[in-house]
Design a protein around this ligand. Structure first.
Ligand SMILES: *Cc1c(COP(=O)(O)O)cnc(C)c1O
Length: 378
């Protein structure tokens, strides 16, 4: 099956006459158990209920991995993925350009367990090699990066990870498997917040980890004891959302490209960040490793924070809300969301000055999006 078909049919048993076309929700925590054996024990916290098992097969096929585990959120996925890899005394080498929640997990929680964590600038390749230790077990990166839309060169990192025998873990939430499949570029583990593109409708939380069967079993053990299994209804919404993944993401790619090109012609925006623009610092890398440039873009309003606020107040259709990857276009200001804990100076240093706005472009008619931007700017 090709990647546009997998989200609809991947991993499903052949349906016989009379079977429902849509997977029914099995909203049951407990299941009747056979007498005299522990085999086949089913319980929702084990993640082995029918809705979950189908979606896991589908997610594994979509990213080209041996196995997948679905969890209750993206953070639950990252936490269990790392707990399955790292023990006290181990060292984790991570990009510093990561989601705010992931940063807290690494810098506060994992360090609290005696796991050493080094965060480095992902654009300095020599730094990666220098920061490696005898105890390094994993390299973690996020690409494309939130909220700057930078794209990392995975191939060189994969070579380093292979040579050193450490696992390369990639959070590819921003790309979705339609645009970016890290396992094809040498990654060992893929993490998604399925809350975003895979669900696509801003109506259910979820996460996923994809990798080898033996590793995924280890992640599943963590999921069970740390209580991170997904609810069957959330997984049913994920399955339903995934059916349209390919058409949604293609439309979002197209819309974001057109909107970004339009924004580049406007003097009110000092900078437009979108990997599909020739002016983007990682345009060539994105072209090499992605099948589409994604639906995430950012602008820097010329007048700074105050002008950005005035622009936001005038937007009528584009909704001011956190999260991303759904059918509705959303805008957020990182200084009040993911990067609220940093000083304005520290934010500016990582490329997020006041006046920086992040857009998750939806599937509306792009003419209507441009019209909304235009009237707001006016
Ligand atoms: C949203 C997000 C997460 C966390 O996912 P939740 O589903 O909110 O727990 C992790 N990584 C990235 C890149 C995200 O955008």
């Amino acid at each position: 099956m090709r990647k546009s078909t997998i989200p609809i049919h991947g991993g499903a048993p052949h349906a016989s006459a009379g079977a429902p076309v849509v997977t029914p929700i099995t909203q049951s925590v407990s299941f009747v158990q056979a007498l005299g054996t522990a085999d086949g024990l089913k319980y929702a916290r084990y993640g082995n209920t029918p809705n979950v098992e189908l979606v896991e097969r589908r997610l594994a096929l979509l990213d080209g991995g041996e196995a997948a585990v679905a969890l209750s959120s993206g953070m639950g996925a990252t936490a269990c993925a790392m707990l399955a890899l790292l023990r006290p005394g181990d060292h984790l080498l991570s990009s510093s350009w990561i989601y705010g929640g992931t940063y807290k997990l690494f810098a506060e929680e994992l360090r609290g367990f005696g796991i050493e964590v080094t965060l480095i600038d992902p654009l300095a390749p020599r730094m990666w090699r220098k920061a490696l230790r005898q105890t390094t077990r994993a390299i973690f990166v996020e690409s494309p990066v939130n909220p700057t839309c930078r794209v990392l060169d995975l191939a060189s990192l994969a070579n380093l990870a292979k040579a050193e025998g450490v696992a390369l873990v990639v959070d590819s939430t921003f790309g979705s498997p339609i645009n970016f499949r890290p396992l094809e570029h040498g990654a060992d583990v893929v993490i998604h917040s399925t809350t975003k593109y895979l669900n696509g409708h801003h109506d259910a939380l979820g996460g996923a980890v994809i990798g080898t069967s033996s590793y995924i079993e280890e992640v599943r053990r963590k999921m069970i004891v740390w209580g991170q299994a997904p609810d069957p209804f959330a997984v049913w919404l994920l399955e339903r959302g995934m059916k349209t993944l390919d058409v949604r993401v293609r439309r979002q790619n197209e819309n974001a490209q057109k909107l970004a090109e339009w924004c580049e012609t406007r003097p009110e925006f000092a900078r437009v960040l979108y990997p599909g623009l020739k002016s983007h610092p990682d345009h060539d890398i994105a072209q090499q490793c992605m099948d589409g440039f994604g639906g995430m873009m950012a602008v820097e309003v010329a007048g700074g924070g105050e002008a950005a606020e005035r622009f936001l107040a005038q937007l009528e259709m584009v909704t001011h809300a956190p999260s991303l990857g759904g059918v509705d276009t959303l805008v957020s200001e990182p200084r009040y969301t993911s990067h609220a804990s940093m000083t304005p100076e520290a934010r500016a240093e990582v490329g997020i000055p006041d006046g920086f706005l992040r857009f998750s472009v939806g599937i509306e008619d792009v003419g209507d999006l441009i019209a909304d931007f235009e009237q707001a700017l006016r």
